[in-house]
Design a protein. Structure first.
Length: 396
């Protein structure tokens, strides 16, 4: 049986043709699935009887099994979905007064292994399929509509961020139809400005996304220079900052917003010094030439400590001082509110359950040293209450 969540509308048209049906039937079918949350072909009353019968024998709308659901004190919801093979992925709904944002996973685990990220520490199992990416949105949208008693036409999810587990641009083939389904007026009808792909900097795929489906782009920068970024975001060794910023400038030509969001996780004593703020400011302002600097907003993210990271959250005053340097330099800078950290749903905390097929732990990459300028003790795990080991001190 084919899972119909696998298809964007063009793909569904191909599938209808394979069934011997008219291509335009796909639009009706797509609306039933993604606008009304219907799974049963028999209930899709405006479809031709012949198509309903063929669908009943060949296709399903297969949701992901929910392994658990947790609701935080602030209303944030985290779902753990079982994707088989011992893997589970996490999806987070963040309610706010004027929007409902869904943070979606693109991979079971992640191979990039960013030093401050819980997902990265778990290693990598596999890419999610388009159906598994879309199923996260399908489940959240229609579960919340029922729960909140929303009227027909009202949406629970107004914004999507591809910031859950995984590097979305390393799963591009599955990501692209999923994005098209989110944007499709016959699907979820989200505007390009309200769908954000967050990347650690897969430069060639930033160019592809610009050409294929330019949605809002967020880039995980986290360091103002290559030496530190090499340690925090290992992908930087392949695509250093200068190449990354050049790709971002190229993206702006077709981006739905006139800026790129730069994410910067504030790590105590690692990347949060005033001189690093000034270096970051110089980096994004450039020297005035066309091939330097970047039109951007900077989002400072309080680090969410987790066992084994060996890193700590920057004190509030240090974050404020860092932000002030950027703001005084004319860069729009925000400090992200921490949401759902009592259920480990906050940024960088998503871990799910991953069968690490990269043997990350055995290769010893978790112990990569990070330059630490001042620290006296490791952070205390929220889960265990046990202090993690202090990070390696290094002057390199
Ligand atoms: S921050 Fe993103 S790219 Fe880096 S390890 Fe975590 S999920 Fe992967």
């Amino acid at each position: 049986m084919v899972n119909l969540l696998q298809f964007d509308r063009a793909g569904l048209g191909d599938f209808c043709e394979q069934l011997g049906e008219k291509r335009f039937r796909a639009t009706q079918l797509f609306r039933w699935i993604h606008q009304r949350g219907e799974r049963d072909p028999a209930a899709m009353t405006d479809l031709a009887k012949s198509l309903r019968d063929k669908l009943a024998g060949s296709a399903v709308v297969e949701a992901l099994p929910v392994a658990s659901e947790q609701v935080a004190a602030d209303g944030t919801i985290k779902w753990l979905f079982d994707v088989g093979g011992g893997d589970a992925i996490e999806t987070v709904f963040i309610p706010e007064a004027d929007r409902g944002t869904l943070c979606i996973s693109s991979q079971a685990g992640c191979a990039v292994n960013c030093r401050f990220c819980s997902t990265g520490h778990q290693g990598f199992s596999r890419n999610l399929t388009t159906a598994e990416i879309v199923a996260q949105l399908w489940h959240a949208e229609f579960t919340l509509r029922r729960r909140l008693g929303l009227a027909a036409g009202e949406r629970a999810i107004t914004n999507v961020v591809m910031m859950g587990m995984g590097e979305p641009l390393q799963n591009y083939a599955a990501l692209l139809p999923a994005l098209r389904t989110m944007l499709d007026d016959h699907g979820y009808g989200l505007s390009r400005r309200r769908v954000t792909v967050s990347t650690s900097g897969v430069v060639p795929m930033i160019d592809r996304l610009r050409d294929d489906c330019p949605v809002a782009l967020a880039v995980s920068l986290h360091a103002p220079d290559d030496a530190l970024r090499d340690e925090l975001v290992p992908l930087n060794r392949k695509y250093p900052i200068a190449e990354l910023l050049a790709a971002c400038r190229g993206y702006l030509a077709r981006a739905p917003r006139d800026f790129i969001t730069l994410e910067y996780c504030m790590l105590d004593g690692v990347n949060d010094a005033p001189e690093q703020a000034r270096a970051l400011l110089a980096l994004v302002r450039g020297d005035g030439s066309a091939d330097s600097g970047l039109a951007c907003k900077i989002n400072l993210i309080p680090f969410n400590p987790f066992p084994a990271s060996g890193l700590g959250r920057s004190p509030r005053e240090r974050v404020a001082a860092f932000a002030a340097v950027l703001q005084e330099g004319g860069i729009v800078t925000t400090v992200r509110k921490t949401r759902g950290d009592d259920i480990a749903a906050a940024c960088g905390q998503l871990a799910g359950e991953v069968q690490d097929r990269t043997r990350l732990a055995e290769r010893g990459t978790r112990a990569a040293p990070v330059r630490v300028e001042r620290r006296v003790a490791g952070p205390v795990s929220r889960r265990t209450g046990v202090a993690a080991p202090a990070p390696v001190r290094s002057s390199s």
